[in-house]
Design a protein around this ligand. Sequence first.
Ligand code: ADP
Length: 490
Amino acid sequence: MTAAADPFDGAPLGAEPAAHARALAELRRARESAEAANEAKTRYLVAVSHEIRSPLNVIYGYAQLLERDESLSGAEAGTIIRRSAEHVTNLVEGLLEISRIESGVLTIRQDLVDLRALLQHVVDMFRMQASAKGLTLTLDVRDRLPEQVKADEKRLRQILINLVSNAIKYTPAGQVTLAVGYRSQVADIAVIDTGIGIPPEDLERVFEPFDRGSLAAAQRQPGIGLGLAITRVLARVLGGDVAVTSTPGAGSTFRFRAMLPSPATPARASGRRGRIIGYEGPRRTVLVIDDDPAQRHILRALLGGLGFVVHAAADGTDGIARAAEVAPDIVLLDIQMPGLNGWQVAERLRAAHGAALRIVMVSADAHAFRAGGDGRSSHDAFVTKPVELDRLVALVGTQLGLCWEEAEPVTPAAPPAPAPPGAGLPPEAAPLLACVREFAEVGHVRGVERAIEDLAGAIPAAGALAAVLRRQLGDFDLRALLGTLDDATR
Ligand code: ADP
């Protein structure tokens, strides 16, 4: 590509007033975009508190029932409370994710999701709320569902929770049905209610933030008008959309449709609790370095149960000494510790043990996120606390190249992580990708364009990745582009 002259380069002296006006316009634009960003942040924070309230209400309700009703099954209530608590945790993670998006690292997860189980969970979560209002809540599976679909599970669950909780809220009598169809890789999930309905003139505006429609009956219900706005954004993030049809006085149908492909052959590694019972080959040694005794205990119990030899240390100095003694295959390393922090420990471990030692950083602070595994970092992978144990096990498996042994009957489950676009590129791609990143980070569009072409020219296998990057560059979406680079270099 031939680089056009930069308009800011070598401006003639007489052009100063024009340059001044341009600088002023630049500043005005910068201020406007800062203000817009601020407003978006405020809206987001309000949205988050709204989102946290629904699962908290479920927890609160069940806790009170447990206090009053001795006949209520503790196990059943416990499961529902745990699921709701998981939902809150997920939301907090979502919040942290937004800050990652803002810093240019957007990741849309491609979990392998058991769609039927997910829908059933959502129905279970709301069963009590529905029956308290005398409503029937049913799950209606209309097509044969694949065992697993690829989707961002948290976002998908959040969409369903928002729609079902609305259906119950705006339905005084009758029923709410969660109907699911699945054809040609497209999931069609409808939440159908026999509620107050939505007047035709409100059908579009109810998706606007803070809009609660024009019906007094709707406005009498608690709410702040953010659920549908969030739902629509989430649905679009998943590559789908939400639409509504309604007959005032008779009910509404909210329909979420998205392509949720089912993997051709369900993968073999972990993804489901309790399925993995061990691994093939010699016993591997894990060293957990964490100042939190509870975390050490959990990891010891989890990994010990799978046949790993587990050692633990409570701080960095002790951890380095233990590593020298026991020669672990993998270290799970907390970042925030008194004394040496995790990054410093990782550097020293890497210097002492070389690349054969796998180092996984574990942190409660998602801001500390660095993907690792790029050959430059002293760590190989990063997970955030609270640690999802299934994911951690899968990660340990990938890092050590393990073949898992599964309990009978063998049920296929999720792989540790899907291949990101650009996975499997040869090592020569690394400096070219770094070059694309450098230009993108400073917003030098023409530099990015040139670097993408260099990448595509030199590495034929990077063709697909280059196409994605070109499209994102065409949209001037440098944040998304940086996210793609992160995924590709993970
Ligand atoms: P909130 O429920 O907090 O008001 P939402 O964004 O979830 O916020 O919904 C916006 C508006 O859309 C509601 O105030 C209500 O008027 C209308 N609405 C949403 N879901 C339904 C439904 N299932 N039946 C009737 N009206 C609904």
